[in-house]
Design a protein around this ligand. Structure first.
Ligand SMILES: Nc1ncnc2c1ncn2[C@@H]1O[C@H](COP(=O)(O)OP(=O)(O)O)[C@@H](O)[C@H]1O
Ligand SMILES: [Mg+2]
Length: 314
């Protein structure tokens, strides 16, 4: 755990750094290559800093390696496979699908595989319209925005919701066509919860075959969720008292067991963190002479879940 003293030192260190001279422009321009390598390294560190997700991290590494080596092979006129990186992300809410997609897009751009590296997040309502012909237009617009980056289709199975006669099918067909027409120019990620996603892929084999990669995002363990909470508090410069840590661990256990199906993994944790920070603020509001330690420290009574009230059992 970071102690308040450490946090204060960090803050001072930051102020000191501000007064450091700007790096000389010549060394900064010493080659875009190294700076894009540095940026790739920073993105890699961002990915590594995510708690848990070991299998996700190693698959991303595989994708990176594969793309890079295929490019090197084709540059040397060796037989290379076309780099098709369309991927299916399967996982429950709050398991970092969106976070990882954004990082992946940026990484591919730094590697020179995508031109821009942005992410366009869409769901059914962004692609499907109410009138004939409108859906193809709407879907093409979304694809246009995603060119050079990544199109992230959340809850992709909802495109197949209404069956054959639904306009969702028009969105799927338009997407498939664009994937052919603009090969290599953008990456599509279809994301969704495990069961409906598996069913969707089974009933749309033509679509499935265009997605060679699949990444499964497992639910976090209680220990991982606790670490995620700690890191979120740390990023916001808060530290937990011993009592607060105990209560947080209990709350995590309780919230998962209350409704394991709709449990929002790291998203639920983010809500707990935000609610707790507000509760600490309410406790300190109106208090005269609040010290730095008080501003930083989260006490047991501050720790609260989202809508579900924490009930103490002792
Ligand atoms: N392993 C992790 N470590 C730290 N924060 C995480 C982790 N996984 C998810 N988060 C945070 O939880 C929130 C929800 O993640 P998100 O990527 O939106 O999940 P999903 O798209 O799977 O629903 C985000 O604020 C994200 O930064
Ligand atoms: Mg998401």
């Amino acid at each position: 755990m970071v102690s308040p003293t450490v946090l204060r030192k960090k803050r001072f260190a930051r102020i000191e750094r501000k007064t450091e001279p700007e790096p000389n422009p010549e060394s900064r321009n010493s080659g875009n290559r190294s700076s894009s390598e540095e940026r790739l390294q920073a993105l890699q560190e961002e990915l590594d800093a995510l708690i848990g997700l070991q299998s996700v991290k190693s698959t991303i590494r595989e994708i990176q390696a594969y793309a890079q080596i295929q490019r090197k092979r084709s540059a040397l006129q060796l037989t290379s496979q076309p780099i098709v990186l369309h991927t299916i992300f399967i996982g429950n809410p709050g398991t970092a699908k969106t976070t990882v997609a954004r990082l992946l897009s940026k990484m591919l751009a730094e590697m020179g595989i995508l031109e821009k590296g942005h992410t366009v997040e869409v769901e059914r309502a962004d692609l499907v319209a109410e009138y004939i012909g409108q859906t193809a237009h709407r879907t093409r617009e979304a694809i246009k925005k995603a060119m050079g980056g990544l199109l992230f289709v959340d809850e992709a199975y909802s495109l197949a919701r209404g069956g054959e006669r639904d306009f969702g099918k028009e969105a799927i067909d338009t997407l498939v066509k664009a994937m052919e027409d603009h090969r290599g120019q953008f990456v599509v990620v279809l994301a969704g919860y495990p069961e409906p996603m598996q069913a969707f892929l089974r009933t749309n084999p033509g679509l499935h075959s265009r997605f060679p990669l699949m990444i499964e995002f497992p639910d976090y363990t209680d220990v991982e969720l606790f670490k995620i909470a700690e890191s979120m508090f740390g990023q916001r410069q808060y530290v937990l008292s011993k009592g607060a840590r105990r209560r947080l661990a209990d709350l995590i256990r309780q919230m998962r067991s209350r409704d394991p199906i709709t449990f929002g993994n790291a998203r639920t944790i983010r809500n707990i963190v935000e609610k707790t920070i507000r509760m600490q603020a309410v406790r300190l509001m109106g208090k005269a002479n609040v010290s730095v330690d008080e501003l930083i420290t989260i006490l047991e009574q501050d720790v609260q879940g989202e809508s579900v009230r924490y009930r103490s059992y002792w």
